[in-house]
Design a protein around this ligand. Structure first.
Ligand SMILES: [Mg+2]
Length: 347
């Protein structure tokens, strides 16, 4: 099962979105790995960030390093790639390329073993709840509400909307979030994603304005994904903070854990180094805090384990007010775990 060839290319595709006249234009890098055993594996990474540099890296730089290694030896391949191509622990192009390669390697391993990647990862379960990113910034106020209702009609019960890109600032975002919450009712999960757009002051103002909207999480709220600033924001709101989907290796994700910057860690297999690294990040998140990270590959949310609050502290924690969510005490890290919504959304 030796690696013989890598073929990576940029693919363009259109995504039709309700209420928009023109489809969204998107790109992705797809990586095909060919082996001596005749099995080919496919991986991918995002096309937003220097995609042609990623394909050049895979086709020209990675192949000579990994050629003739057994595709199933993912740890050995990662070690060799790091020593040959990334001794200074950089992220960006090298991480994206490694992610696409790694996903293809796990695909090969699974095809050869006759097992799914979920089984190769330990087989904890073969399903995952999903959510729908519906709330694009191109929508005006009325379209946003209508788009939310359309997704409900399709059966979605978890919706995510973009914030931080409107002329009216956080105040306009607050109005948009509240309008969606009122339109979808209290029982549908609602998330918001700022894609790093806010400064800490505006993020805190937004959180204050919509604390009562029962958001499931606030994703990537701050510039530079600043861990200490996110930890500060987290201490001032009961809206759970989520981040990590664009971090390029496990040490950056570790910073989010060490600074207690997030409630939900979001390693993205398409950017963090593939399943090989995402699995390590899962273990990292479980070890100190009893949490399991969200898998995040452009969407989807896994269970979120949160440590139970210590007795007597629960009522003091504003997060305790969130229905269905076990309160989390800063003083109770590692106190124990409770699965939030373990069975919810199970098909
Ligand atoms: Mg996001």
């Amino acid at each position: 099962m030796k690696i013989k060839a890598i073929r990576a290319a940029v693919h363009r595709f259109e995504a039709k979105v309700p209420l928009m006249k023109k489809p969204l234009q998107r790109q992705a890098v797809v990586c095909e790995v060919e082996t001596s055993g005749g099995i080919a594996g496919f991986g991918m990474t995002g096309g937003h960030f220097l995609p042609h540099a990623v394909t050049a890296a895979l086709n020209r730089e990675f192949l000579p390093v990994v050629k003739d290694l057994d595709a199933r030896d993912t740890e050995a391949i990662h070690e060799k790639v790091w020593w040959k191509l990334n001794q200074r622990s950089m992220t960006g192009v090298v991480s994206s390329a490694l992610s696409a390669l790694d996903i293809a390697l796990w695909d090969i391993h699974g095809k050869h073993a006759g097992r799914t990647i979920a089984q190769l990862l330990g087989g904890a379960r073969d399903w995952a709840p999903t959510y729908c990113t519906f709330g694009f910034h191109e929508y005006d106020f009325d379209q946003l509400v209508e788009a939310a209702r359309l997704q409900l009609k399709k059966g979605h019960r978890r919706l995510k909307m973009v914030v931080g890109v409107h002329k009216g600032g956080w105040q306009e975002d607050a109005r948009r979030v509240r309008a969606v919450r009122e339109a979808i009712g209290p029982d549908v999960e609602l998330m918001m994603d700022a894609n790093y757009k806010f400064n800490p002051v505006d993020a805190r103002q937004l959180c204050r304005a919509i604390e009562d909207c029962n958001l499931t999480w606030f994703e990537e709220p701050l510039y530079q994904n600043d861990t200490r600033a996110m930890a500060d924001l987290r201490s001032h709101t009961r809206i759970p903070i989520a981040a990590g989907q664009n971090e390029g290796h496990r040490w950056r994700l570790r910073e989010l854990v060490l600074h207690q910057a997030v409630d939900i860690l979001q390693p993205n297999v398409c950017y963090c180094g593939g399943y090989t690294v995402a699995q390590k990040v899962g273990h990292l998140a479980q070890a100190p805090a009893g949490r399991v990270p969200s898998r995040h590959a452009g969407g989807g949310r896994d269970d979120v384990r949160q440590p139970a609050a210590a007795e007597g502290q629960r009522d003091q924690n504003p997060r305790a007010a969130r229905a269905g969510v076990e309160a989390q005490s800063r003083g109770a890290e590692g106190h124990g775990g409770k699965v939030m919504g373990e069975k919810e959304g199970r098909p």
